[in-house]
Design a protein around this ligand. Structure first.
Ligand code: GTP
Ligand code: MG
Length: 240
């Protein structure tokens, strides 16, 4: 019988990987008593994240690792993880950053939302009860502006379009034609949510508080933000 899967993409998260895997494993053991799986998707991190993940996989029943040899970006890492989880019989597939910006405790609320009627539950900073702690003005402005822009261009009601803390019911990922998804960074998150809405799935926003990573290096770049700006209008043009 299938169980919920959590995908943890990693690139140079040696300082976070062990704590995040253990925390998520504990939360999911409570939220999904029939059991769960955790898949670390590591793009050959030079800092040895993949080896730490292998050690955890040997120790913890629920954990496995997908090693990719090259750094290909967040989107392709998630697509590989989704394919693996679906082939493994996943009933639900969850996305979460591996840097504690997303609180693993919130996995329980995302999963509960999909059991209460949502097809896709989004961890949302921009609904009542959600927010960001410790971001400067510029970063707040870029993030809010990005969600506003994508919402306007795509004509969506969703408040937080760029977040990467999500829980999909299996049927959503089976329906939205993953092999044709091309975007990488923030645009990847926008594109998946957009496709789910277009396909008629029920998308629900669950308030979360996002905090900045405490250790490790950010991989967010202007290149990724600009890619998102340019790609969003193309998503609309490519509308099936
Ligand atoms: N497998 C894989 N994971 C990645 C890649 N780029 C980023 N990640 C992971 O994706 C998650 C989000 O990336 P972050 O570096 O936190 O980027 P961000 O959240 O956009 O920016 P900050 O929060 O400012 O650090 C983290 O778990 C990263 O380790 C990649 O190319 N491949
Ligand atoms: Mg981050």
């Amino acid at each position: 019988m299938g169980v919920p899967w959590l995908i943890l993409p990693t690139y140079d998260e040696a300082e976070n990987i062990e704590a995040i895997v253990r925390a998520a494993d504990g939360v999911l053991a409570g939220a999904s008593p029939e059991s769960h799986r955790i898949l670390v998707v590591d793009d050959g991190s030079p800092d040895g994240t993949g080896q730490i993940a292998d050690r955890l996989a040997a120790e913890l029943d629920a954990v496995e690792v997908l090693h990719r040899t090259e750094r290909k970006g967040l989107g392709p890492a998630y697509l590989a993880g989704f394919a693996h989880a679906l082939a493994g019989g996943a009933t639900h597939v969850m996305e979460m950053d591996s840097d504690f910006s997303h609180d693993p405790a919130d996995l329980a609320r995302l999963l509960a939302a999909t059991r209460d009627g949502a097809d896709l539950a989004l961890g949302s900073r921009y609904v009542s009860g959600g927010g960001v702690s410790d971001w400067g003005l510029v970063r707040r402005f870029v993030s809010r502006g990005g969600s506003w822009y994508a919402r306007r261009v795509l004509g969506l009601q969703v408040r937080d379009l760029t977040g990467g803390f999500k829980c999909f019911r299996r049927e959503v990922l089976e329906t939205i034609d993953l092999p044709t998804v091309r975007s990488q960074g923030y645009a990847f998150q926008v594109e998946l949510t957009y496709r789910a809405v277009l396909a008629g799935f029920r998308v629900v926003e669950v308030p979360i508080v996002f905090r900045d990573r405490q250790v490790g290096r950010s991989k967010m770049s202007w290149r990724i933000a600009v890619e998102a700006m340019l790609l969003v209008p193309q998503l609309r043009r490519r509308k099936p």
